[in-house]
Design a protein around this ligand. Structure first.
Ligand code: SF4
Ligand code: FES
Length: 371
């Protein structure tokens, strides 16, 4: 196989480990940090049940072990239990990534019977006023009730909290809530600036002082909760010296299928100027191994300086392609988060703005409510 950018020989495609099945972009919430695409209506022609079942079968044949059923809100798909059952019968570990709106007792029982393995519920804050303002609708009480139901039904529970300028000061209370809900795991993930979050970046990027305070709280909580609850803390890469190895490498370990059947190396890859790959037009195996969208940034032959000659290139893989494109207009550029990037001043400017004195609760642009 050859690299489509440089024409140089490439090693055989690795096996994907995880599939992010974005079943629908419809969602009752309107979170301003949402990373879904801005043009939500473009994805209304959703794959039907049989098409998703074929995708799952092809994913399992490719070696996928984990199937994350996500969205939007996957509970809006009436066929969710059927899809869970199929993934389960194919031997994949199934994880429902949900706002929990719509997780009634009967719905939950159906999913349990279908073999769902794990539930991940998003919570926006520790109390109704902040949580509902960020979610765009009254939802806090229903989320808390759904978390209790998940535990009652014996599922492992992960609570996911996207952290940003408007809730990060509440992290101690958020951890208290998650502990009280008896979650097995909490993911405190600082916002990634794609989709709607990109529109709201100024209102969401925390200050250095906020981050430092939060880190102290999280470190103490991790110690206190050791053995009872796993505490995952994803720091905002705008404050890092080096970028993250996004997705564990382009088309190395993960793939995403969007509601309309677009196959993507990462959830934001539809923003890049690359040919579209659809599971309606080709098998997942053909897309994964040879489609130009998937081979474009696999390996390292596409890299430019400074990454090309950098001794960290195997560690961070040059960072995030989508962020590089978003900030510089060149998807093969060094991620500007890296302090060695010639475009690092773009990240520094955003950080400088975030550290000017000012209110933390400025108005957010809500994600379009799309049902
Ligand atoms: Fe990573 Fe590239 Fe920065 Fe080196 S120059 S640290 S490879 S992003
Ligand atoms: Fe697309 Fe990082 S989000 S490569």
């Amino acid at each position: 196989m050859t690299d489509t950018v440089t024409g140089t020989p490439q090693p055989a495609a690795p096996r994907p480990f995880g599939l992010l099945a974005e079943l629908t972009y419809r969602c009752p919430l309107a979170c301003a940090y949402c990373s879904n695409p801005i043009e939500l209506a473009r994805y209304d022609d959703e794959l039907d049940t049989a098409e998703w079942q074929r995708v799952f079968t092809e994913a399992a044949d490719l070696g996928v072990l984990q199937c994350h059923l996500s969205g939007g809100e996957p509970l809006l798909r009436r066929d969710l239990p059927e899809l869970v059952r199929t993934a389960n019968e194919l031997g994949m570990y199934t994880n429902l990534v949900t706002s929990a709106i719509g997780l009634s007792r009967s719905r939950a029982a159906g999913l349990r019977d279908a073999g769902l393995d794990h539930v991940q519920v998003s919570v926006q804050a520790d109390e109704p006023a902040t949580s509902d303002r960020i979610a765009g609708i009254r939802s806090f009480e229903r989320k808390v009730a759904a978390c209790r139901l998940v535990r009652e039904l014996g599922w492992p529970l992960t609570v996911n909290v996207v952290l940003h300028r408007q809730n990060i000061d509440r992290v101690a209370a958020i951890l208290d809530l998650v502990e009280e809900l008896q979650a097995d795991r909490v993911e405190l993930a600082n916002t990634q600036y794609y989709g709607w979050a990109w529109k709201n970046r100024t209102a969401l990027l925390p200050s250095r002082e906020q981050l430092d305070r939060a880190e102290e709280v999280v470190t103490a909580a991790r110690e206190r909760l050791r053995g009872r609850m796993e505490v995952v803390h994803v720091l905002p890469d705008y404050y890092s010296r080096y970028p993250k190895p996004c997705m564990g490498g382009w088309a190395e370990r993960q793939l995403t299928v969007a509601p309309d059947g677009d196959a993507l190396p990462c959830p934001a890859a539809q923003t890049l100027p690359l040919p579209r790959a659809s599971v309606r037009e080709a098998s997942l195996a053909a897309i994964w191994t040879e489609h130009p969208l998937f081979t474009a940034y696999r390996g390292d032959s596409w890299m430019q300086d400074p990454c090309r000659t950098c001794d960290r290139k195997d560690l961070d893989l040059g960072g995030c392609r989508c962020q590089a494109f978003q900030l510089t207009g060149d998807a093969a550029a060094t991620d500007p988060v890296c302090h060695l990037s010639p475009a690092h001043d773009l990240v520094e400017a955003a950080v400088e703005t975030a550290n000017r004195p000012g209110p933390v609760d400025v108005e957010l642009v809500p994600r379009l409510r799309h049902l």
